[in-house]
Design a protein. Structure first.
Length: 357
């Protein structure tokens, strides 16, 4: 079983999928989202993986891909269907092409209909497939723009996806009801648009009368995705606060190493969110740190200056991560959690006040 993670972007209801080979540490990421690039890069790093490629199931109309950003951060090559017409890809996929990651691979399966360049990606053992917007859970992608075709989509699903093994798990690019996964057998039996004995004419009539509104992001997303998410301002590739060498964690906050805090402490607001007895206890505290117990932080946030960086500190880094989130919500832009807390600070033999050995 490969390393597998299903990731979600709540703004666009997009699922992204990380697949990794345990033996080699190589990984691929399917349908990354621009705004989630820092999160995805953090997960790849935290799992000790090397991103070899990002794969697009199609040119999306509801979000901008994170492919270009992740290439800048992690070096993964960009792969998309040649039929999509997108520029800037490193790999232009044709039907049947393989994308490898270590000892594993996915097969690119042309499944046009939602768009002309749609592809599904099937894991080598056919235990799972990633269907993009072609086939959704009890639904399918619309066919009324981007060279969509109900007739093509019907054939793609019936003759390609539905011919995979019945127990093959299907992972879609979107779901709007909180559903996460389905299977070939389930969709063949229960999909109201394509299951059972629904004919191609039935399906085409259904799709022609959906009456869906124009996608809100299409005018921004499609042009951006036609260049694989490369922004007009390439400085967005760093996309971090820039005031220190920070690391974005998969939990969703910025961290900073104790050694940097010790070296630059004079320019920082160091906020220790432990209790008073801990602050004066065995681990001691950092010189110049301000004691603000976590329970009091929200109401005392106004005591801090928003134009100076804030570093939050606790015993091991858990409470201070919550403190960083509280300050972020309170309008502080330059906030980071000190990784490992006072335990790491002491382990690195950094200068401490009030410590009892």
């Amino acid at each position: 079983m490969p390393i597998f993670r299903q990731l979600f972007d709540p703004q666009s209801s997009t699922y992204s999928y990380l697949l990794g080979d345990r033996a080699s540490g190589q990984a691929i990421l399917i349908d990354p989202v621009f705004e989630q690039a820092a999160r995805d890069a953090a997960l790849v790093r935290e799992l000790g993986l090397t991103l070899v490629a990002t794969l697009e199931t199609h040119v999306h109309a509801d979000h901008v891909t994170g492919a270009w950003l992740l290439k800048q951060r992690l070096g993964g090559r960009i792969a998309i269907s040649a039929a999509s017409g997108a520029e800037g890809a490193d790999i232009r996929l044709a039907d049947g092409d393989r994308v490898g990651f270590g000892g594993r691979h996915v097969v690119a399966l042309a499944t046009p209909g939602h768009t002309n360049g749609c592809m599904s990606f099937v894991l080598d053992d056919e235990s799972m497939a990633f269907t993009g917007d072609a086939l959704l859970i009890r639904g399918c992608g619309r066919t009324d723009f981007q060279h969509g075709s109900a007739h093509k989509l019907y054939v793609s699903i019936k003759m390609r996806i539905f011919t995979l093994p019945d127990d093959c798990l299907l992972w879609p690019a979107h779901d709007y009801r909180g559903l996460t996964v389905t299977s070939v057998a389930e969709e063949k039996a229960h999909n109201p648009r394509l299951g059972g004995n629904v004919s191609q004419a039935d399906f085409a009539g259904y799709m022609q009368n959906l009456g869906l509104p124009h996608p809100r992001q299409i005018d921004v997303a499609v042009p951006a995705n036609m260049v694989c998410g490369r922004p007009a301002d390439e400085r967005l590739a760093t996309n971090d606060p820039g005031w220190a060498p920070l690391t974005f964690t998969f939990a969703g906050f910025w961290e900073i190493e104790p050694a940097w805090v010790e070296e630059h402490g004079a320019g920082l607001q160091i906020v220790d969110v432990r209790e008073a007895d801990e602050f004066a206890g065995a681990l001691g505290h950092i010189a110049g740190a301000r004691l603000v117990p976590l329970a009091d932080l929200e109401k005392r946030a106004g005591d801090l200056a928003k134009d100076r960086p804030v570093v939050t500190v606790c015993r091991a880094g858990a409470r201070s991560a919550q403190a960083a989130a509280i300050l972020k919500k309170s309008g502080f832009e330059k906030v980071a959690n000190m990784a490992g807390g006072m335990l790491r600070w002491r382990a690195q033999n950094l200068p401490t006040q009030g410590a009892r050995d």
